[in-house]
Design a protein around this ligand. Sequence first.
Ligand code: MG
Length: 368
Amino acid sequence: MKIDRIEVYRANLPLHEGSYHWSGGKSVSIFDSTVIAVSTDDGLTGYGEVCPLGPAYLPAYARGVRTGVAELGPSLLGCDPRELDKLNLQMDRVLKGHPYVKSGIDIACWDILGQACGLPLCQLLGGRYGEDYPLYRAISQEAPEAMAERVAERRAEGYSRFQLKVGGRPEEDIARIKAVSERLMKGELLIADANTGWSMFDAMRVVNAVSRTAVSIEQPCLSYEECRSVREHTGLPLILDECIDSLEQILRGRNDRAMDAVNLKISKFGGLTRTRQARDLCVKLGLAMIVEDSWGGDVATAAIAHLAHSTPSELLLASTDFNSYVTVATAEGAPQREQGRMKASDRPGLGLTSLTDALVRMDELTVA
Ligand code: MG
């Protein structure tokens, strides 16, 4: 089986809530998402999606995905998409770094592998754990009371895990965490995600002020070293995200006892192949995980679902249902949220049945 065509599609994904705000005054109102379609000489087509959280979150941006795929594409024609480790080494040989560029191609080739052997990806990724798995809801940064109201609304929809976007002024972030935690129900999980937005000084002010609160802190500061310093002075559970993008970083963090959990984003590691390695390392080390991506629509949500559903339940804190945040459907057959939970498809591969007209093919980027 050989790759004989790579197509690039683009879609704008507006948000039901209008806009999404996080640390440092950053926000996005329409996500620019890229879907990659990889086809083979025997008629199979697989899909992958990459959707950065705007250009100022991780070192990734939407047009970079498309430019990078055009750069990589010609060297992948003729490769067997089912040989995923070989394929990833080939991509690394041709383009150094840029894991987010490679992510969509890798996911599409996993989709082909699943279709070729007639199995859903969660089985190929290790096996399905339980009926379904829990989702968290990201609560866009607003005034403290407004965020508490949003949590109540989402609780009514069935969510029991909430991630508050903090990383603003410490006094306000303390008020945000307190306003929500005061009304937290039994069994719920509350995470305050600063998305690198605090200085060590601000982070210490916040964690000290909420030290008796049932909140976990995610990525308080920009660098690993700053986060580790905060970690050494707080008893609150700590999740690392932006500074964890490789197996080496996971091992380093584990050896330093620098975190209790990690946030694994598929495009941050460069696709399902590498994120699966990271997931399996975390399982071996007993590290809890949030399994997700930076953002996306139906294709990304399907890929996340297979990785999340094949992660041992006791170590999966939560995953995401990005396709419920956006107003546009980009594929048929994607998993849908039910009472704050989700399950990966039983169909082969990602389980998608077709793309929708919301996706526009960029013919000038087709490689064949
Ligand atoms: Mg995060």
